[in-house]
Design a protein around this ligand. Structure first.
Ligand code: HEC
Length: 147
């Protein structure tokens, strides 16, 4: 399965050399955030891809009345390249399976989460939300067919 994804990633031009290491890193982040979530709430039942998917696509009303979701810039398929809805700049895919640069640096991930969650939701996301978010991204392995 994984070999197939690496081949796929190589075909579409991403450097896939350390794909496994990055997937492992993302998985490690999931367990770190899960531990933090358990610390916040001893009843915490663990991350799910379904929660992460809901969170990713959930539209939130901003101060200016516009609806925005993580998917607004990152697209509804996190294995695809995104596009910043304000600047129009491309954003490399969020899925660590197709983009090996994702989730390789805890500090960076934390600062991006804080920044984007504040922009969209108005406060930082919880550890439980982050754990499910990355769990969901790990399930998104297949970029959409090129148009
Ligand atoms: C207005 C556009 C926009 C929206 C909406 C948005 N992002 Fe982002 N996101 C970006 C850009 C731009 C980057 C950084 C570009 C890059 O690293 O390629 C990024 C990168 C990230 C990263 C960095 C991952 C890594 O390790 O490289 C995380 C995590 C992230 N976003 C989470 C979120 C979450 C969670 C939401 C929804 C609450 C969200 N983003 C909504 C534009 C957006």
């Amino acid at each position: 399965m994984r070999t197939r994804n690496i081949v796929l990633a190589a075909l579409i031009g991403f450097t896939a050399v350390s794909a496994q290491a990055d997937v492992a890193n993302a998985e490690k982040l999931v367990s770190i955030y899960s531990e933090l979530a358990k610390h916040d709430n001893p009843e915490y039942a663990g991350p799910t891809a379904a929660d992460g998917k809901f969170f990713f696509n959930r539209k939130i009303k901003l101060g200016n009345g516009k609806l925005m979701a993580c998917a607004s810039c990152h697209t509804s398929n996190p294995a695809d390249e995104g596009k910043h809805i304000v600047t129009g700049k491309p954003i490399r895919p969020l899925s660590p399976v197709v983009n090996t640069k994702r989730f390789d640096d805890f500090e960076k991930v934390e600062s991006k989460f804080t920044q984007h969650c504040k922009d969209i939701i108005g406060s930082d996301c919880t550890a439980a939300e982050k754990a499910s978010y990355i769990t969901y991204l790990l399930t998104e392995k297949t970029p959409s067919a090129k148009k």
